[in-house]
Design a binder for this molecule. Structure first.
Ligand code: ADP
Length: 318
């Protein structure tokens, strides 16, 4: 995950919650992709260290356990860059140019110059990130599938030239809810519509109370449609089933208003976040402990990555 901002409910339900479960089933490596963050945020790195620390605090608060998984920082394992440069020698340029997210972002991001060598190469750096641990599986959302496919192609090409060094990583697809933000679009830090794990209960209350609902329901006495209501999408995740059923009926006949639903959602949302926020507070008071966890995880990662690089250099006769 890139340390490019504060983590929000979408990151929690869409990624972290799944990571937390996976750490009990697999040998997991979770990393702070600080080099990847530079591919789009290279011009202003003033907040990078804060984001790194806050992100790991969010991870730990959400239940990632350094006793169960390896938590590390990409830039503390320089072998990722070594493998990246070696893979770059044999990777055909069109393989990178045709990655869908490359074309999309070049067109979408208007406020930054994305025509950089680093940005073009970022899926290849990702391939190095994965292959260097000889990963069998990568937990990905559907949007990341093309990147993993590139990794698999790069892997086959390398093994074809130099012998079987890397296993071909498989996607570990997970169903997760796409959380809407307070404006109804996908919750994303790029849209300024997030509810962050680090927001105070007062801030969260303010955000939820100002949240967009069914746009066609203008007045309290208008019937609403929960199927198009972003607030109801959050109900479906955080509110009890009975409340969801109640809203599903009553909203449609103007039996309850949006404000009633917001108040009820807030109760459940704040209760859900309470233990996470308490853990956050505790960790924030001990930043040195957080740094230690990153250092220790990165040390473990360096050992594994170093072992793979020995095999790579042997295979390539370097
Ligand atoms: P952002 O859009 O805020 O920049 P990222 O792209 O950094 O978020 O997301 C990191 C991970 O968090 C994604 O791989 C995805 O699994 C998850 N995620 C992000 N936004 C959402 C969302 N709105 N709903 C569900 N999951 C999300």
């Amino acid at each position: 995950m890139q340390p490019s901002g504060l983590l929000h409910l979408g990151n929690l339900m869409g990624a972290l919650d799944n990571w937390r479960k996976l750490q009990d089933q697999y040998e997991c490596y979770y990393f702070i992709a600080d080099w990847h963050a530079l591919t789009s945020n290279y011009a202003d790195t003033s907040k990078l260290r804060t984001f790194v620390r806050e992100m790991v605090i969010d991870w730990l608060a959400a239940g990632l356990d350094p006793e169960k998984c390896v938590i590390f920082q990409q830039s503390l394992v320089p072998d990722h860059a070594v493998l990246h440069v070696l893979l770059s020698m044999s990777t055909p340029l069109p393989w990178l140019e045709r990655v869908p997210t490359f074309k999309e972002k070049i067109e979408q991001i208007a406020d930054k110059d994305m025509h950089t060598y680093g940005f073009l190469g970022y899926p290849l750096l990702q391939a190095a990130d994965i292959l260097i641990y000889k990963a069998d599986f990568v937990p990905v959302g559907i949007d990341q599938l093309p990147h993993l496919e590139l990794t698999r192609e790069v892997c086959r090409r390398f093994n074809g030239f130099y012998g079987e060094v890397f296993p071909e990583p498989q996607p570990l697809m997970t169903e997760y809810p796409k959380l809407p933000g307070t404006d109804g679009r996908k919750m994303s830090k790029s849209y300024n519509n997030t509810i962050n794990l680090s927001d105070s209960p007062e801030e969260i209350t303010k955000k939820v109370m100002a949240m967009v609902t069914d746009p066609a329901r203008v007045r309290r006495q208008d019937p609403g449609n929960p199927d198009v209501c972003p607030l109801f999408s959050l109900d479906k995740i955080f509110a009890p089933k009975e409340w969801q059923g109640y809203v599903d009926v009553e909203c449609r006949r103007a039996g309850i208003g949006c404000v009633d639903d917001k108040r009820e959602l807030l109760k459940h949302l704040l209760a859900y976040l309470k233990p996470i926020q308490e853990k956050r507070k505790e960790l924030s008071a001990h930043p040195e402990r957080v740094i230690e966890i990153i250092q220790e995880g990165s040390r473990k990662a360096r050992v594994v990555a170093g072992r793979t690089m020995e095999q790579v250099k042997e295979a390539m006769k370097l």
